[in-house]
Design a protein around this ligand. Structure first.
Ligand code: SF4
Length: 454
């Protein structure tokens, strides 16, 4: 759960990178950072906090240069400290400096780290971005391989999800893991500059000529000669497999105005809502989303059933992750800080409430309690994905299996726990109908069919 940005050949690279990171803030709110090359060295600024508070005009004015890479972080590997935030930079005795930002998670992290440590490589953090950077630099500086050769070795030996941007003093390398698990796009601009990002919404704000999806195991090299794409199917440096994009990017994680894996996120979410509606043989008074990620799922449900779509719940967008929880009671005021009901809206109504997924179920329980307290006659809970029974090891921070409610309780028990009148998850075969290439998606958190061993 992170977002990356890379800007090449632009006089205001830091400002553009900041705009891109701002558009990707939903991918990580814990810390953010940027490394900007001024032609000689990288200036690095990274801190805990949101993009707007970390990259003030004063900070940006000191980040001079035409190459910038940036990162927003929500931790998956490594603790919540500034040391574990990205980008990571390295200076070497032979001169070149490197900076790297990555989104994903490495499943054989400990094995690769141990191998590098035995060769004398030193690590400052426990973050997988640093592992990727040190792996490449070790092979460039000590094994005398080129950067593309080192990236190929990484793709062969380092297993996991990585959508990564690496910058040197005069070049940028963008690459993606062979399964293309996390999203990654790039765009070229009229003035010859180049931007790469996790999501297309980060490029839209910068108005590129055209946006391209990075291919699985592709390397894109950007330098003064232009943009060179090295496709894996031409050079076959890793054996070609079917991609395994994260289906959760469509269900919940990405912004609805992004195009991920060549499909519009909002459209997939509407398809999910339509599939849910087809399974119900009753007509509620209205469909209400748990905002914001379920908004388009509820839109699809309402369109399919031809019933009103109502924003009965209002979300406070300014709570953030740092709000102080008051004493917990059953009338939990902490959830009221984030969600509130429209006055009088729910009284006497039978509604379908839609959410994207259930992880622990505790927030949903409080929301349904609030809706019932506001006078709803019936609350039928509909979930836009199958039951989450397995943890993710590819870059989304789901808790251990024993904390996942669907791993401990049957559906009827979950329904009773959250206080709904009925509960339905979207079956996996219906979820697969919502995307055009269903075999190209990972569904391990629902099925346990992990595409990579660990
Ligand atoms: S396990 Fe789930 S969350 Fe993780 S990559 Fe696969 S589909 Fe996405």
């Amino acid at each position: 759960m992170c977002g990356i940005i890379g800007v090449f050949n632009h006089k205001k690279a830091a400002e553009l990178a900041m705009l891109g990171l701002f558009a990707e803030q939903h991918r990580g709110q814990e810390s953010c950072g940027m490394a900007v090359n001024n032609g000689r060295i990288f200036n690095l600024h990274k801190k805990m906090g949101l993009v707007k508070s970390v990259f003030t005009p004063e900070v940006l004015s000191k980040l001079d240069g035409e190459i910038a890479i940036g990162h927003v972080r929500y931790p998956t590997r490594g603790s919540s400290t500034a040391t574990n935030s990205q980008p990571h930079i390295v200076e070497t005795l032979s001169g070149p400096n490197y900076a790297l930002a990555s989104n994903g998670d490495i499943v054989n992290y400990h094995e690769i780290r141990r191998q590098l440590e035995e060769k004398g490589v030193y690590f400052k953090s426990t973050n997988d971005g640093e592992l990727i950077l040190k792996y490449i630099i070790y092979h460039v500086e000590y094994e005398k391989k080129s950067i593309p050769e080192s990236i190929r070795l990484l793709m062969k030996n380092v297993r996991g999800a990585f959508s990564t941007v690496l910058a040197t003093r005069n070049e940028m390398y963008c690459f993606r893991d062979p399964l293309a698990i996390r999203p990654m796009v790039f765009g070229e601009f009229e003035d010859g500059s180049f931007v790469v990002a996790s999501e297309s919404c980060a490029l839209d704000i910068l108005h590129p000529k055209k946006i391209y999806e990075m291919e699985p195991a592709e390397i894109v090299i950007v330098n003064d000669s232009g943009v060179k794409r090295i496709h894996n199917d031409q050079s076959k440096f890793v054996s070609q497999t079917t991609p395994k994009h994260c289906i959760f990017e469509h269900v919940y994680f990405s912004r609805p105005d992004s195009i991920d894996f060549d499909e519009a996120v909002y459209q997939v979410r509407e398809n999910i809502g339509r599939e849910l509606a087809k399974l119900d043989n009753f007509t509620p008074d209205a469909v209400v989303p748990v905002p914001d990620s379920a908004n388009f799922i509820a839109t699809g449900y309402a369109k399919e059933k031809n019933i009103p779509y109502e924003m009965g719940l209002i979300r406070n967008h300014y709570v953030g992750r740092t709000f102080i929880k008051p004493e917990q009671t059953i009338r939990d005021e902490s959830v009221k800080q984030k969600f509130n009901v429209l006055p009088g809206f729910f009284k006497g109504k039978s509604i379908v409430l839609v959410d994207d997924s259930i992880v622990r179920g505790t927030t949903l329980r409080k929301i349904i309690f609030m809706i019932k307290e506001a006078g709803a006659k019936e609350v039928h809970m509909r979930i836009g994905s199958p039951a989450v029974k397995f943890s993710c090891y590819y870059g989304i921070d789901t808790p251990n299996r024993d904390k996942l409610i669907a791993n401990k309780k049957k559906i009827a028990e979950i329904r009773d726990f959250i206080g709904a009148d009925s509960l339905r998850y979207l079956p996996i075969e219906n979820l697969k109908k919502t995307v055009s290439k269903p075999d190209d998606f990972c569904d391990a958190c629902f099925t346990g069919n992990y595409p990579l061993e660990f």
